[in-house]
Structure formats: structure tokens, C-alpha cells
Design a protein around this ligand. Structure first.
Ligand code: HEM
Length: 272
């Protein structure tokens, strides 16, 4: 077993041009915080819907014409959400603290480790995000060069993290509107904060659906990266080098963690 040119990459002997290498993609803290967030968010949405059921006021439409009401009775019945207001509140206000604690831990880690650099869009991200989308739609042959995440991911992760912050702040505004006055004024008052809180929830659900679809599309190797930390890459020979994978020398490096394990097998790297 030989450690290769980057401290976080390892491969089996001998190194050939196409030797499979395990490359650290996600530090342990990111993985734990990511996976803890998933059930917490689930409980927050599930309990939040139980609270919303008690006064389900929102609908899409124009004037008196209503296209879609949040939510049809079938939704409440299917998920067993009706007549559970008190239980919904109990769960929401208990798990909310865990959700906030996990978010603070994640934000602290991102800042202290420098991992935020992989996530925040840089000056090229706006243009490149469009190119990534065109590439994903098979309308553009070459994907733009990327670091740990492609430009579209940077934008979507940054937006979803900002939405999470907004959902927490608006949540506090409607949780204790009097005690935390003037917090609700940030959203134009109690009703505004409630609407923002609800809208962000819908946004997070949409993000979640797209995120999971993209993860499925990117494949097992990518998913495994978020579970074990390591992604398996097959080194491309110079002639085969694809800028999509390797033109990261001037971009951020994805790796910064502990000793990786021995690996075998291999596949090409996919991106979400
Ligand atoms: C079944 C649920 C989920 C799966 C399978 C999943 C999977 C993944 C995977 C594989 C990555 C790494 C992508 C890559 O390396 O290119 C990732 C990153 C990420 N996911 Fe998820 N995810 C899930 C739920 C969520 C939820 C609920 C959120 C938040 C609302 C979320 C937010 C993020 C963020 C912000 C990142 C970037 C993390 C970082 O590098 O700091 N994910 N996810």
C-alpha cells in the first residue's frame, strides 16, 4: 500500500495510470452533522405540519381563484397529521433546539476548518452554474472545471443553508413574538414571519427532493463518500485526463482529514 501524491489519497501497489484510489471527500464532522440533520429536519417538518393543520391558511391562486390549498385533506390523513396539535408543538419545540444546536455546530465547523470555501460560490460560480445545468441536461458537452463541489452545488448548498438560517430566525419570531420583540418586525410582523417560516419549509422540501434525485443520479460512489468519507477514483492516464475531474489545481481541494483506509475496486467520480 502506498500513499500517493496527496496526503489524503491512497492506492494499492503498484500505482498504474488507472489504479483505483480512495480519496477523502468529506471530513468526519461534515458527515455526522449532515446525517444528524436529516432525521432532525424530518421531525421538524412532520411536527410543524401537525401545528399547521390547526390553522391551514395558505393556498396558491389569484384573487378568489384558488389553484392549490396547502394541504388537501388526503395529505393530513395519509401522514396521520390531523388532531395532533399539542403533540406537534411538543416535538417541534424540543427537536427545534437539537436542530439549532446541530446547525451551530455545522456553521462553527465550516468556519473553523475552512470548509466553507468549498461551499460559498466564488466569482466564477454564477457563469459556471449555468454551464453545469446545461451539461446535466446534455445540452453542453464539457462540464466546467470544479473543486469539491460544482458551481450549481455551491449555489444550492449556500441557498439552502441561508434558508435554514431564515427558517430558524422566523421560527423564533413566531415562537415568542412578544418576548423576542422586535424580531417579528424583520418579517413585517407575526403573520409575515409565519408566511416566511412556511415558505422556507416548502423550499427545504423541494431542495430535499432535488438533492436526493441528484444524489441518486450521481451514483453509489458519491453517496458512499458522504457515508464513509471516501470516494473511489480511477486515475485517468494523461491522455484521458478530463478537466471536469482534474482541473482543480487552482480551485479548492476537497480533502483535509485523517488517514484513509485501504481500498479496492473502482469507478469514475460522479458529481451531484
Ligand atoms: C436521504 C437524504 C439525503 C441524502 C441521501 C443526501 C446525500 C448527500 C450527499 C451524497 C452529499 C455529498 C454530495 C457530493 O459529495 O457531491 C450531500 C451533501 C450535502 N447535503 Fe445532503 N443528503 C440528504 C439530505 C440532506 C438534507 C435534508 C439536507 C439539508 C436540508 C442536505 C444538505 C446537504 C448539504 C448542505 C451538503 C453539503 C455538505 C458539506 O459539504 O458541508 N442533505 N448530501
Amino acid at each position: 500500500m502506498t500513499t500517493t501524491d496527496t496526503e489524503n489519497t491512497i492506492t494499492t501497489d503498484p500505482i498504474t495510470s488507472s489504479a483505483p484510489v480512495a480519496r477523502l471527500r468529506h471530513p468526519r464532522a461534515i458527515r455526522w452533522l449532515h446525517w444528524v440533520n436529516f432525521p432532525l429536519l424530518f421531525v421538524m417538518i412532520w411536527s410543524g405540519l401537525r401545528i399547521y393543520w390547526a390553522e391551514d391558511v395558505y393556498a396558491l391562486g389569484i384573487g378568489s381563484w384558488q389553484w392549490f390549498a396547502f394541504f388537501p385533506d388526503a395529505v393530513y390523513e395519509t401522514f396521520g397529521l390531523e388532531r395532533r396539535l399539542a403533540r406537534g408543538m411538543a416535538f417541534h419545540f424540543s427537536f427545534g433546539w437539537l436542530f439549532v444546536a446541530n446547525g451551530i455546530a455545522y456553521a462553527t465547523y465550516l468556519v473553523s476548518s475552512g470548509q466553507w470555501r468549498h461551499i460559498l460560490p466564488d466569482r466564477r460560480s454564477l457563469k459556471e452554474a449555468g454551464q453545469v445545468v446545461l451539461h446535466d441536461l446534455h445540452l453542453r458537452e464539457q462540464a466546467p472545471p470544479q473543486g469539491k463541489y460544482n458551481a450549481a452545488q455551491r449555489w444550492s448548498y449556500t441557498v439552502v443553508l441561508a434558508m435554514t438560517l431564515v427558517i430558524v430566525v422566523s421560527g423564533f419570531a413566531i415562537y415568542k413574538p412578544t418576548q423576542l420583540h422586535p424580531l417579528p418586525l424583520l418579517f413585517g410582523g407575526y403573520q409575515g414571519a409565519r408566511l416566511v417560516h412556511f415558505t422556507m419549509t416548502i423550499g427545504l422540501v423541494l431542495f430535499f427532493l432535488i438533492h436526493v434525485l441528484q444524489v441518486a443520479r450521481a451514483g453509489w460512489n458519491n453517496f458512499r463518500g458522504m457515508v464513509t468519507g471516501y470516494e473511489i477514483e480511477r486515475r485517468a492516464a494523461p491522455a484521458e485526463t478530463n478537466t471536469h475531474h482534474d482541473d482543480t489545481s487552482d480551485r479548492d481541494s476537497a480533502v483535509d482529514d485523517a488517514t484513509p483506509p485501504v481500498v479496492g475496486g473502482g469507478s469514475t467520480r460522479a458529481t451531484v
